[in-house]
Design a protein around this ligand. Structure first.
Ligand code: AP5
Ligand code: MG
Length: 208
């Protein structure tokens, strides 16, 4: 099952990914997570990434495409993959099409989590992540358990100011992927509001 998770920052891609990857036994490939790991390593490339993510700007296409190409070549992607946060530009989508064609495979579904901008501000500013497990929580909607609460951190790009720029980038550069995948017959529009359980049920209907 070759899947893409599309949606604005805070739509719930990371939150919903776990159930999907468990169902199909496929890896979640989050370009944001890979980029943040490189930043933590302190490499030169990581420093370059940080100059973009801190501003809420997209990292250049060539760098992200190469990263995804390397990741898709790994053995665990044989049964499929869930791309979370990639592609994010038309150039990335076209590069992915070429890449998959070269591998003799193609996308099954593009899952679009649809959430209005007003809802996203609360979700993003209240998000906390557990650096040890990678699990995502929310101070109001899904508080971390007491034993992990102290080690939870806030992402440096999760401020209202940076979110504004991330949303601008989404609407200008990523939203054009919606008609792109609609034309290809791959787009599955999912209402991303409600409880995480309600949203998971809507997603699973796509696979029924
Ligand atoms: P990335 O890490 O991909 O961030 P994003 O797309 O902005 O998405 P988020 O991770 O912020 O949101 P999410 O949809 O995963 O939401 P979550 O489930 O955590 O990218 C970060 C940066 O990296 C980019 O700005 C860019 O610089 C760079 N980058 C990455 N990929 C790139 C690419 N392909 N090209 C170029 N640059 C790239 O949920 C959010 C919060 O809401 C959580 O607190 C959660 O608990 C809560 N929540 C979830 N669901 C619900 C619900 N139903 N009700 C209430 N709260 C909920
Ligand atoms: Mg995420």
């Amino acid at each position: 099952m070759d899947l893409i998770f599309l949606g604005p920052p805070g739509a719930g891609k990371g939150t919903q990914a776990k159930a999907i990857i468990d169902k199909f036994g496929i890896p979640q490939i989050s370009t944001g997570d890979i980029i943040r790991a490189a930043i933590r390593d302190g490499s030169e490339l990581g420093k370059e990434f940080k100059s973009y993510t801190d501003k809420g700007a997209l990292v250049p296409d060539e760098l992200v495409v190469r990263m995804v190409q390397d990741r898709l070549a790994k053995d665990d992607c044989k049964p499929g993959f869930l791309l979370d946060g990639f592609p994010r530009t038309l150039a990335q989508a076209e590069a992915l099409d070429e890449l998959l064609k070269g591998m003799g495979r193609g996308l099954d579904h593009v899952l679009l989590l649809d959430v209005a901008d007003e809802v996203l501000v609360d979700r993003i500013t209240g998000r906390r992540s557990d650096p040890e497990t990678g699990r995502v929580y929310h101070i109001k909607f899904n508080p971390p358990p007491a034993d992990v609460a102290d080690r939870c951190i806030q992402r440096s790009d999760d401020t209202e100011e940076v979110l504004k720029k991330r949303l601008d980038e989404y609407h200008a550069k990523t939203a054009p992927l919606i008609p792109y995948y609609e034309k290809a017959g791959l787009l599955r529009n999912i209402d991303g509001t409600g409880t995480p359980e309600e949203i998971r049920e809507r997603i699973f209907k796509v696979f029924a």
